[in-house]
Design a protein. Structure first.
Lengths: 134, 134
DNA sequence: CAGGATCCTCCACGATACTG
DNA sequence: CAGTATCGTGGAGGATCCTG
């Protein structure tokens, strides 16, 4: 508990920012759980239905820069790119798993509330009537 | 590991959304660590320097709706409002603590990277020259 | 197959001013 | 003291088209 400070540049906040990128955690979790820590780009993408191509690539790039995974390019034609968890990535997956499990363990409490609890409406909430005109 | 699915409405994603709201985790952590789980609005706000008034209040309201804390209003003049962790809030704090500690434990690895690792530039990175005019 | 480049939407978050 | 109202903005995230 030491000095529970949330200074702008502290490590814990960095972690929160990682969690805030929407797909990072899910990519890591999936890469680990369904691909044993390594997978080709396409295969990984296919196991994450909701992610747009742009965000998928962009997030992976940021994760590489962030030291969470490595990128191996096989310069064949067509190219084969493989992503692999780094040690840090592995450790982070451990944390993601905790979050994942916490969610499952508290699913009842979370479901007992209004459909929206946080503040973020994933915009899929509204897409139902996005066909207003025609 | 059961069925590692990240369906749109699953509980784990709800949790990620909570983490995505930027201040929720910090408010909970601070409310617990520095105020023993209960504090008046002003006091709590004062222990979170970076939060704007608007987001502070708004986040608290969403957290109340989300069942993470309770709001007690003492209708004196001026009013005295106290926020208190709910059982769910307490449990969530446990998770936040894990994230917090993970960050401290991996601070070296996180710092070893470029100043930006995720993708989100908290825009405070730029505020340095926000005094451009006068 | 992998991903770059563009354009666009929307909402999280902030600053400021006001109320009871 | 606690909160609401309003306005403005950046940038996360998506769709679509193009390249090697």
């Amino acid at each position: 508990m030491q000095d529970d400070d949330w200074r702008e540049d502290c490590a814990p906040r960095r972690v929160l920012e990682i969690f805030a990128t929407k797909w990072t955690s899910m990519i890591l979790h999936t890469l680990n759980a369904r691909h044993k820590g390594a997978a080709r780009s396409g295969a990984l993408h296919r196991s994450l239905p909701g992610v747009s191509k742009k965000m998928f690539v962009q997030t992976l790039r940021d994760m590489e820069t962030g030291g969470l995974l490595d990128r191996h390019i096989d310069s064949t034609v067509p190219p084969a790119v493989t992503y692999r968890l780094t040690p840090l990535g592995h450790r982070f997956v451990g944390l993601v798993d905790l979050v994942y499990d916490w969610g499952r363990d508290n699913a009842d409490a979370l479901d007992a509330l209004q459909p929206r609890e946080g503040a973020r409406r994933t915009r899929s909430t509204v897409l139902s009537q996005s066909e207003h005109d025609a």
